[in-house]
Design a protein around this ligand. Structure first.
Ligand SMILES: [Zn+2]
Ligand SMILES: [Zn+2]
Length: 108
């Protein structure tokens, strides 16, 4: 294990020997590039990713809160859809020839 580390250089600093391997991206880094996070030695890039992913759920929750008046909008859209449907039906009914209203089609 120590052999592979001494042979490997830091991913960012090519002149420096790697002292630790990031468990997330499996890449070798020098002491300067590795940060301890939650008891794990993580590289700066993965630490940033971890922070981003930790922040993301909060943002989506905020987004959900922002979109909470959506049911009202959905209701409005539904009303418009129903109105449009009735409008279409009314238009279709008025467009139907007289025989249909006479019931001749139903009688065959
Ligand atoms: Zn990493
Ligand atoms: Zn480094």
């Amino acid at each position: 294990m120590s052999q592979s580390l001494s042979q490997t250089t830091c991913r960012i600093h090519f002149d420096r020997p790697a002292t630790a391997r990031c468990p997330s991206c499996q890449l070798y880094y020098c002491r300067e590039c590795i940060t301890e996070h939650d008891g794990k030695k993580t590289c700066a890039a993965c630490l940033n990713e971890a922070r981003k992913s930790a922040e993301k759920p909060k943002q989506t929750q905020k987004g959900l809160r922002f979109f909470q008046p959506a049911p009202i909008l959905q209701f409005a859209v539904a009303v418009i859809m129903v109105w449009f449907l009735f409008y279409l039906i009314a238009k279709t009914l008025t467009g139907i020839p007289d025989e249909f209203h006479d019931g001749t089609i139903w009688k065959g």
